[in-house]
Design a protein around this ligand. Structure first.
Ligand SMILES: Cc1cc2nc3c(=O)[nH]c(=O)nc-3n(C[C@H](O)[C@H](O)[C@H](O)COP(=O)(O)OP(=O)(O)OC[C@H]3O[C@@H](n4cnc5c(N)ncnc54)[C@H](O)[C@@H]3O)c2cc1C
Ligand code: FES
Length: 320
């Protein structure tokens, strides 16, 4: 097999998938689609996009969903979990067995897994927890221990609590209304879990504010953290730049990277959470950006000298 062929084998595919089941799981829906090419290429942390609305629709953009599980049945099935919150997801919730859906995947970079058998803490918020179970299985296969910390606003929005209790070494649940597990948010319990589990690595998937708070705590404990972000995405394949996020590279330079192809998994401490949704003035290529060497040599232009206010992604200036 040539290098090109191997790459083609591992890249995403767009297929007409057959819906196997759509079932209610508490506050969410779980859809299983027969999509052998997608299932065969999947690695935990990746996502799929689906066309919604049928052949004549005004919903032009595909919708993104983290892959929850893949199975070998029917040649390869893909399952994802979603909240029916807008027209596209409501349309998906109305699909029935044997309907055809246009599905593309797997997309994005997966979660990296440790080389050694370490203690892993998996933190999930809402439907974000769904992305963590395939990862947990992969980590266990590598001899790692897995502790779960899952939370949501209410008990019916905590996805996978039973499975986490059955398969994790420990499973800690939090809800804001106290209807399941401890009352509060995941970060309230994180310190205690880290101490008890002697956590070496943290993985997290959920709403952006949760990922930001998990990253801040992980930094305090000096534990590496991998987060799967959920930025607004239009194309999902790296061409439109809708999903860009300011991320600091190992060279110390901030770049606007595309969450869909450079992510959705990032090292939490490299994401500039305070600047998400903006283009910081010191990001590579931002208006007024100059190489550090040039700035250090005092050769900066007027914009940079004035401190160059950060630009918003929509092109407006934000007051500093
Ligand atoms: C990488 C990734 C993984 C995701 N995984 C899941 C998942 O596992 N389960 C789930 O329920 N949802 C997930 N989402 C969010 C999901 O894509 C949106 O909820 C969905 O597109 C909303 O479509 P809608 O037509 O129902 O709602 P609308 O709000 O009408 O959507 C209109 C447009 O906004 C975009 N959009 C709206 N909300 C979001 C959002 N929160 N994030 C990104 N784009 C949004 C839609 O893609 C669409 O283009 C994920 C998003 C991303 C980027
Ligand atoms: S969604 Fe288009 S580049 Fe990422």
């Amino acid at each position: 097999m040539t290098h090109g062929e191997a790459e083609a084998e591992s890249g995403p595919v767009q297929v007409r998938g057959t819906v196997l089941t759509v079932r209610r799981v508490d506050a969410y829906y779980a859809m299983t689609v027969v999509a052998p090419g997608v299932a065969a290429r999947f690695r935990p942390g990746q996502f799929v996009t689906l066309a919604v609305g049928g052949p004549a629709t005004s919903m032009l953009l595909r919708r993104s969903f983290s892959i929850h599980d893949v199975r070998p049945d029917h040649g390869g099935t893909v399952e994802f979990v979603f909240s029916a919150q807008g027209p596209g997801t409501r349309w998906l919730a109305e699909r029935r067995s044997r309907d055809i859906v246009d599905i593309t995947g797997p997309l994005g970079r997966p979660f990296p897994v440790p080389r050694d058998p370490v203690s892993c803490l998996l933190v999930g918020g809402g439907y974000g927890s769904a992305a963590l179970f395939a990862l947990a299985a992969r980590l266990r296969d590598r001899g790692c221990t897995v502790d779960f910390l899952l939370g949501a606003s209410t008990g019916d929005r905590v996805f996978g609590a039973l499975t986490a209790r059955r398969t994790g070494r420990t499973a800690t649940i939090t809800t804001e209304d106290g209807s399941l597990g401890a009352r509060g948010i995941v970060t309230d319990m994180m310190g205690q879990v880290i101490h008890e589990a002697r956590t070496d690595v943290i993985y997290a998937c959920g709403p952006m504010p949760m990922l930001r708070a998990v990253t801040a705590l992980a930094r305090r404990y000096d534990i590496p953290v991998q987060v799967a972000v959920e930025e607004l995405m239009a194309c999902g394949i790296g061409v439109c730049m809708t999903c860009v996020l300011p991320v600091v590279g190992s060279d110390g330079v901030t770049r606007m990277v595309r969450s869909c192809v450079d992510g959705p998994v990032f090292r939490g401490e490299q994401v500039r959470w305070d600047d998400a949704g903006t283009i910081p003035f010191d990001a590579f290529g931002a208006p007024g950006w100059e190489p550090r060497a040039r700035r250090a040599a005092g050769l900066s232009g007027a914009g940079a000298a004035a401190g160059g206010p950060p630009a918003r992604k929509d092109g407006q200036w934000r007051p500093t």
